[in-house]
Design a protein around this ligand. Structure first.
Ligand code: FAD
Length: 303
């Protein structure tokens, strides 16, 4: 059984969204933002299509979060298919609107699945260089980076992987957010390796609530995340049964985060897929409650 939950003031959650492609998707993103905002995340991040394919949409989403909510947005950025000057211009544009937190990534080749990544000749050659570039624009910028508990599929070994993480941290990253994983032992072992390499920033677990087991299994194959056999067994036969699928998904995710909390983890980054339902339930199980909306009296007293 899980031990007692950690006190609320020790827990920090963050939520990741992707920029919507249509008005309808924008509406559902916004419903998710409004539902999750009262849980007071430390920040909410917005992904970036490699090669800038979502540049405008990412920017629009980040700007709307800044202007219409009290949330702190973090803009994802990649090095793909862009010169340093182009990336720096995007950063300055964000900076001018008040964005001070970025998730700095290398990104993937735009040539399709399996294509080898080649840096732009005038671009940042790696995510570590991008971190340094962000810090050169403003040293106060907060930079998060990625980490891979099962190592990145392109990485020959853990040592190479962790060496790159070290360079990212040495260049100014203050937090790493992991690729999603389902085996907490794998995460814990990875964090031990990272600490042995002299990296002391938080390695925040990336938690993926399973909205669609078939889809996430396919996606996991591409990004080197393992789907354990016990997990596949839990979802077996639920392809046509969304209600049971959703209950099982909540149970599986609750089990994972409670076990991480038992192991002393206090920061959780949720891949929301722009949906609030599962994430909200899991946060509730973790002990998070919505902040009370300010009462009319409190508002008039403050006026
Ligand atoms: P890095 O950490 O820079 O490198 C990953 C690994 O690849 C390293 O371990 C390194 O050893 C190896 N490697 C790097 N360069 C080379 C090279 N030239 N040759 C051989 N090996 C190399 N993608 C998006 O497009 N947009 C997003 O918004 C986005 N957000 C993400 C957020 C998180 C938290 C995570 C975990 C991933 C995200 N991704 C996103 C996916 C990411 O872009 C891909 O996983 C990409 O393949 C690697 O980018 P990175 O910055 O994570 O890689």
């Amino acid at each position: 059984m899980p031990q007692a939950l950690p006190p609320r003031d020790e827990l920090r959650v963050s939520f990741e969204f992707f920029p919507p492609k249509s008005e309808k998707m924008e509406e559902s993103l916004w419903m998710a933002v409004e539902r999750l905002a009262p849980l007071q995340p430390s920040f909410v991040s917005v992904t970036y299509g490699a090669g800038g394919s979502t540049r405008e949409r990412t920017h629009h989403t980040v700007k709307r979060i800044l202007e219409e909510t009290a949330l702190v947005p973090a803009a994802h950025l990649t090095c793909v298919d862009a010169s340093r000057a182009e990336i720096d211009a995007v950063v300055r544009q964000y900076h001018a609107t008040g964005v001070r937190h970025f998730v700095a990534l290398r990104g993937d080749s735009q040539a399709g699945v399996g294509a080898r990544y080649a840096p732009h000749p005038e671009g940042y050659q790696s995510s570590a260089e991008l971190v340094a570039g962000l810090k050169a624009v403003d040293p106060a910028i907060e930079v998060s980076v990625s980490a891979y508990p099962e190592k990145h599929p392109e990485s020959p070994d853990f040592a190479t992987d962790i060496d790159l993480l070290k360079r990212k941290v040495d260049n100014g990253a203050c937090r790493a957010i992991t690729q999603f994983f389902f085996d907490n032992d794998v995460y814990e072992k990875y964090v031990e390796r990272v600490r042995r390499a002299g990296i002391y920033v938080p390695i925040v677990p990336g938690i993926a609530p399973i909205h669609d087991f078939t889809k996430i299994s396919r996606f996991a194959e591409g990004c080197g995340a393992t789907i354990p056999a016990w997990l596949a067994a839990r979802f077996e036969g639920l392809e046509q049964d969304p209600q049971t699928h959703s209950h099982v998904a909540a149970a599986v995710c609750a089990e994972q985060v409670l076990d991480l909390a038992d192991r002393g983890i206090r920061d959780f980054h949720f891949y929301t897929m722009n949906r609030a339902d599962l994430v909200y339930s899991i946060c509730h199980i973790l002990g998070l409650r919505p902040a009370a909306a300010p009462s009319a009296e409190a508002e008039s007293a403050a006026a």
